[in-house]
Design a protein around this ligand. Structure first.
Ligand SMILES: C[S@@+](CC[C@H](N)C(=O)[O-])C[C@H]1O[C@@H](n2cnc3c(N)ncnc32)[C@H](O)[C@@H]1O
Length: 493
């Protein structure tokens, strides 16, 4: 059976917060005992072209991965990708979630359904919960993302106009062209535009910036089912699943709200509080983590310390007017005048792309503290700083450090997965399971050669023709780019 995903591709990406290392970190934070990412079983439902799952399988060769998707074309692409990086620990199945027998596949320590729940009809959503419930190991964690109210109402306004405008289109290509044409008009601003017009214009601009695949499958798909958080939680509960937290920075209580709102939220129970946070944040998308109802009983409502997590930071550091600023690629920033805080952040930056535990972190940042501050005081202070930085998304926490080189060695070996991706374009997945860009043409040529067999001398001789600058600057340029490639977490340890 042909599906819309067979006629228009939906190019996948690596979603760092779906990685077992990140899911495991949130589990540990709440006092659960999730499986180690280095030896786990992960299922991805609606895995598309495998860009997320195959990248995980490549970097975690001792773990096992299964992906299912209805689209033959997407699965064939994923299988080619897996073959091209010799990932024999991933199985991609062309299958309908409605028809598979979950008992023959499970159990799984991690189940991921990214961009699936709101994109499928109601019976498939119900089946998703059932399959998760039947497949999830006792200490397992499932990641389910979905469009959420109230924020999705803003999207819905434009979506319904686009659907109306393109209802007579004969092909996906005609529908995409029609949607773009209407969005172009809607994006035209006028002086004195009121709030509604400005919101609509911003939405139109968002749609225009999209590639065809996401535009067609997200904005023009006949099914798009946003839900309120409380509805999602009730549906999960019908299948004995419970909400643990949301993924990534959200788990650490991100997105600061004004103090009076936070105080009001404190008077609510945990799930009501989560729902009300969506009101205040006008949230439109959620990435919720589900666990078995009985596992939640052992979880702690309040976050523990970060003692058994690995911490990392990859940000741009700048200083101005006595303030040090750390800007993450996501746009999140942390600014401080406190030397103890910058000491902690600098130690993490220095260690990147490796991680530090909180004790190592304090040992490295120790000179910024007063001599009479006890270890207990320092720990308490560091936990507070980290909670804020994690919540902002400037610092990341994982259950285990990825195997990544901090410097280029004598025979640098870059991720084969990223080298394969580079043939298609500059966006590649690094060993932190993030998308990074290698848009410098010389760096890209160098990168393609980093298979672990070439010394710097050999690299220089093979890159001679690609180098436009003076001959004596080639070797320093190679060193410079190797350093940059290592900072992008693209080299194997
Ligand atoms: C919006 S795409 C998301 C793909 C990928 N997870 C991502 O986020 O990039 C939804 C995917 O779900 C798949 N899908 C839809 N209904 C399905 C079903 N009943 N069984 C299995 N896969 C299905 C589609 O083929 C498509 O690849």
């Amino acid at each position: 059976m042909s599906t819309p995903y067979d006629s228009v591709d939906y190019p996948g990406h690596a979603y760092a917060d779906t990685h077992p290392r990140s899911l495991g970190a949130v589990g540990r934070l709440f006092g659960l005992a999730p499986a180690a990412s280095s030896a786990c079983r992960t299922l991805e439902i609606g895995c598309g072209d495998g860009a997320n799952l195959v990248a995980m399988a490549y970097a975690l060769p001792r773990s096992e991965f299964v992906g299912i998707d209805l689209s033959a074309r997407a699965i064939a692409k994923g299988m080619d990708l897996a073959k091209s990086v010799d990932a024999s620990n991933v199985r991609l199945l062309e299958a309908d979630l409605m028809a598979i027998d979950p008992d023959t596949l499970g159990p799984f320590d991690y189940v991921v359904a990214h961009g699936f729940y709101s994109w499928v009809p109601s019976p498939v959503r119900d089946r998703l919960m059932e399959v998760i419930s039947r497949c999830l190991a006792p200490a397992g964690i499932a990641f389910v993302s979905y469009n959420a109210y109230p924020g999705f109402y803003l999207r819905q306004m434009l979506r319904e106009m686009l659907l109306l405008h393109t209802r007579a289109a004969d092909s996906p290509q005609e529908a995409i062209a029609g949607a773009r044409a209407l969005a172009e008009y809607l994006a035209i601003g006028g002086e004195g535009d009121g709030l509604e017009r400005r919101i609509l214009r911003a939405e139109a601009e968002r749609v225009l910036a999209k590639h065809d695949g996401p535009l067609f499958h997200d904005d023009l798909s006949p099914v798009n089912a946003p839900v309120w958080f409380h509805e999602f939680v009730s549906e999960a509960a019908r299948h004995d699943l419970a909400h643990l937290a949301d993924a990534g920075a959200e788990a650490f209580g991100s997105r600061a709200l004004p103090a009076e709102i936070l105080e009001m939220l404190q008077s609510l129970d945990r799930l009501t509080r989560e729902q009300y946070r969506d009101f205040f944040l006008c949230r439109r998308f959620r990435r919720s983590l589900l666990v078995r109802r009985d596992a939640l009983a052992t979880a702690k409502e309040h976050l523990r310390g970060f003692d058994d997590l690995r911490l990392a930071c990859f940000a741009i550091r700048s200083e101005a007017h006595g303030e040090t600023r750390y800007a993450h690629r996501s746009g999140a920033t942390l600014s401080t005048r406190d030397r103890r805080i910058s000491g902690i952040m600098d130690a993490l930056l220095e260690a990147w792309p490796d991680t530090l535990g909180i004790a190592e972190l304090l040992a490295r940042a120790g000179e910024n503290f007063q001599a009479d501050e006890t270890l207990a005081d320092r720990l308490q202070f560091a936990r507070g700083v980290l909670a804020e930085a994690l919540g902002l998304g400037v610092v990341s926490a994982v259950s285990e450090a990825p195997l990544v080189a901090t410097r280029a060695g004598a025979l640098p070996r870059a991720s084969l997965f990223a080298r394969r991706q580079l043939a298609q374009g500059p966006e590649v997945t690094n060993l932190w399971h993030e998308t990074v860009s290698l848009d410098d043409a010389f760096a890209a040529r160098l990168f393609a050669l980093l298979d672990g067999t070439r010394s710097r001398e050999r690299l220089a001789s093979e890159l001679h023709d690609a180098w436009a600058g003076p001959g004596e600057e080639l070797a320093p340029a190679i060193d410079h780019h190797l350093e940059h490639i290592a900072r992008l977490a693209l080299l194997h340890a």
